[in-house]
Structures are given as structure tokens and as C-alpha cells.
Design a protein around this ligand. Structure first.
Ligand SMILES: [Zn+2]
Length: 197
């Protein structure tokens, strides 16, 4: 769950998971073993059982953000009133132009024209009374909290994506590390949102 999210506190490279037949999966910094220059002082390299680290980070994350309501921004196509009115006006224009060109001069055509023209006017008046809602991007509550979505997440990949969406970065130090600091985070008396383990 924490690959790409978790960094080594000693050398700040990414942690990887290791699995073997005789031990549960664990996160470990392998950068020094790979001979990376930036990790030449990464000793002892931090290592932790994956389920312990996952559970700790999940607990911290849900304490921080679990109650948060999830909003989404969606496209609202509007109710189309303005578009229908514009269409009706254009049709009425065409009808009137035809009438002026003498197309409906026969008595039964003239009657049809008057009826049609009046019906369009009535429909326009009716539409004019309806509230207009123009197309727009709207933000709305999904009714779901971060905790709901976490519980519904199908696999660790989905949870990892949530952590990444929230910009969570976890730094793991070996328990013997005397100095614990995280690159890019100002460390002071107020812990803020930087979780240091
Ligand atoms: Zn390291």
C-alpha cells in the first residue's frame, strides 16, 4: 500500500516491499545495497513489517481526514430553457418570413399560419416563466466521507491512490536513528500534519 508513498528517513529514497518464504512482507530501504551514492550512509536501513506500517498509516490518515466530506465537480448541462427559446424564436422568424413572401395567402394556409404562430408565441411565453439554468461546472457533495471511500476501496492499490491524492508522504526511520527530519518539512514544536514515526 505504501510503495511510492513511503520514503527512507536515512537516505530519502523510496522504500520497496520485500517478500520471502520465511517472513511476512516488509518495507525496506534497499538503496545502499544497490550501491546508490545518495544512500551510502543509509545504515542501518529502516525495515518494518508491511502490515504494521500499513495499519499505522491507515489509522493516522483516517484520524486526519476520515470525517472529510468528498465533493465532486461535474458538468451540469443546464435545463436547456434558453436553447429551446432560441430555437422557437428562429422557427417563428422563418414562418414570418415565409408569410411575408406570400406563402400562406390561401385562406386555409393563412388559418394554419395564425394558429401555428400563436402556438409558438404561447410556448415562448411559458418557457419565459421557467427558471433558466445555464450549463456550468458545479461542485456538489457526494454524501460520502473519506472513511466511507476508504472502507469501500477494493484493494491496496485503490487505497494507495487515495493517499497519493491527499499528497500523503510517509518517512520511515530506523528506531536507532538519532536525528529524524523530513526533507521539505519545517520541524518545530507544532507537529502539524507531518507524521513522523
Ligand atoms: Zn535508505
Amino acid at each position: 500500500m505504501l510503495t511510492e508513498v513511503a520514503l527512507c528517513g536515512q537516505c530519502h529514497n523510496r522504500l520497496y516491499t520485500q517478500t520471502s518464504a520465511d517472513a511476512p512482507p516488509r518495507y525496506v530501504c534497499t538503496a545502499r545495497n544497490k550501491g546508490w551514492f545518495s544512500a551510502k550512509n543509509c545504515r542501518p536501513a529502516p525495515l518494518i513489517h508491511a502490515h504494521i506500517f500499513d495499519a499505522y498509516v491507515a489509522e493516522w490518515f483516517l484520524q486526519q481526514f476520515g470525517d472529510g466530506m468528498i465533493f465532486e465537480t461535474i458538468y451540469d448541462a443546464g435545463n436547456g430553457v434558453a436553447e429551446r427559446m432560441a430555437e422557437l424564436r428562429a422557427s417563428r422568424e422563418r414562418l414570418r418570413a415565409d408569410r411575408e413572401a406570400g406563402l400562406y395567402d390561401e385562406p386555409d394556409d393563412a388559418a394554419w399560419f395564425r394558429e401555428r404562430y400563436a402556438a409558438m408565441g404561447q410556448e415562448l411565453a411559458k418557457l419565459g416563466l421557467e427558471p433558466h439554468r445555464a450549463p456550468d461546472m458545479v461542485r456538489r457533495a457526494t454524501g460520502e466521507t473519506v472513511l466511507d471511500r476508504w472502507d469501500k476501496a477494493l484493494d491496496v492499490q485503490a487505497r494507495k491512490e487515495m493517499l497519493m491524492d491527499f499528497g500523503v508522504r510517509v518517512t520511515l526511520f530506523p528506531s536507532a536513528a538519532p536525528v529524524r527530519w523530513v526533507a521539505g518539512v519545517v520541524h518545530g514544536p507544532a507537529p502539524g500534519l507531518a507524521g513522523v514515526m
